[in-house]
Design a protein around this ligand. Structure first.
Ligand SMILES: Cc1cc2nc3c(=O)[nH]c(=O)nc-3n(C[C@H](O)[C@H](O)[C@H](O)COP(=O)(O)O)c2cc1C
Length: 335
């Protein structure tokens, strides 16, 4: 029997296939299906810095409003109704997931700046999350801000979140850093127990009829898994913590390649949106069959065996490979 168990953020997962944050993991009716289909863990949708700040603002306004009328206004605060969205819903979601699932539940925080909102990391942990994933989704448009300043802010944020919790912390990064290896090490030093590679940044589009900017949510394509593959292969051996692959994972072959590159877990959102939670069963079957055919008995045995540090020629993951690849192009037909 092939052993698919893997260690991620210090947790033992029964499978390296994890349902990443998105609408499927946010839908309670999908949870049991994900667990039955073999998910190793689920990552709940993010609680955003903006939602928390908004809540703080709302409570503040309510308190001040009450204070004008009643001296003991603060005693009214616990009576505020539980909102349909926002932090209270997220905490309830974590509690519910812990109640209903036996697999680990990872709660997600999404923000970019240190501040009071990070205390929600503790609330999510108290609600029962096994780990926190901090998504550093950012769009830095101010040209006066340097990349060094941005990275410094991220490091501070990771330190602040880590100080709030006693459960493991994963940091979800975008791929667009100049020196990712250096940032990865600083993230670890700041307290990250693992990295999720990568965030997929959503780009707006322009409507040619209305000349307006329109948000377009396009699901990923399988080709996109080559980006996490490249970087996980380069970072395995550089960082000591966990590595999770996210982006473009559609089938068992994608997942196996990422494990060989060095991922501890492989995450899927778009594939589950397209094919449903049961798609994990198909992916798992591929992993098992592939391993049996090649006499691998465990994921541990094969993980990272094609990472940069384990291939005979590490240059295949470097610039020189780019040079060779573009010069190897042979067009079949030239018009
Ligand atoms: C509709 C949708 C909602 C998402 N919501 C979140 C979220 O709340 N937090 C988060 O960290 N990532 C979120 N993601 C990103 C996914 O977790 C994942 O990193 C990304 O889609 C790339 O993986 P994929 O190619 O498997 O879709 C979302 C993605 C989609 C498509």
């Amino acid at each position: 029997m092939t052993d698919l168990t893997t260690r991620y953020l210090g947790l033992t997962l029964r499978s390296p296939l994890v349902a990443s944050a998105g609408p499927v993991t946010g839908d309670i009716s999908m949870w049991q299906r994900l667990e039955d289909a073999g998910a190793g863990a689920i990552v709940l949708p993010s609680l955003f810095e903006e939602e928390i700040e908004h809540e703080a603002f709302t409570i503040d306004v309510a308190a001040q409003h009450g204070a004008d009328q009643f001296g003991e206004a603060l005693t009214f605060l616990p009576e505020l109704p539980v909102p349909e969205v926002g932090p209270a819903r997220h905490l309830a979601l974590v509690e519910k997931a812990r109640e209903l699932l036996t697999i680990p539940v990872i709660a997600s925080l999404n923000g970019t700046s240190p501040g009071g909102w990070v205390r929600y990391a503790k609330h999510l942990a108290d609600a029962g999350a096994h780990a926190i994933e901090l998504n550093l989704y950012d769009v830095v448009v101010d040209p006066a801000v340097t990349s060094a300043e941005v990275e410094h802010r991220y490091v501070e944020l990771v330190e602040e979140v880590k100080a709030e919790i006693h459960i493991p912390l994963a940091v979800k990064l975008s791929p667009w850093f100049t020196a990712l290896g250096n940032l990865a090490i600083r993230m670890e030093r700041a307290g990250a127990d693992g990295l999720v590679l990568f965030n997929r940044l959503y780009q707006p589009d322009i409507d040619l009829d209305t000349l307006t900017v329109v948000p377009r949510l396009a699901l990923s394509t399988p080709a996109e898994s080559r980006l996490p593959l490249h970087w996980i292969a380069n970072l395995r051996g550089v960082v000591t913590g966990s590595l999770a692959a996210s982006s473009g994972v559609y089938d068992g072959a994608d997942a196996m390649k990422l494990l060989l590159a060095g991922a501890d877990v492989v995450m899927a959102t778009s594939a589950l949106l397209r094919h449903g939670p049961e798609h994990l069963t198909v992916m798992e079957r591929f992993l098992r069959e592939w391993m049996v055919e090649r006499d691998y008995v465990s994921v541990r045995e094969l993980r990272g065996s094609v990472s940069r540090e384990n291939v005979p020629d590490p240059q295949v993951y470097e610039r020189s490979n780019y040079y060779q690849v573009i010069h190897s192009w042979r067009p079949r037909t030239v018009r």
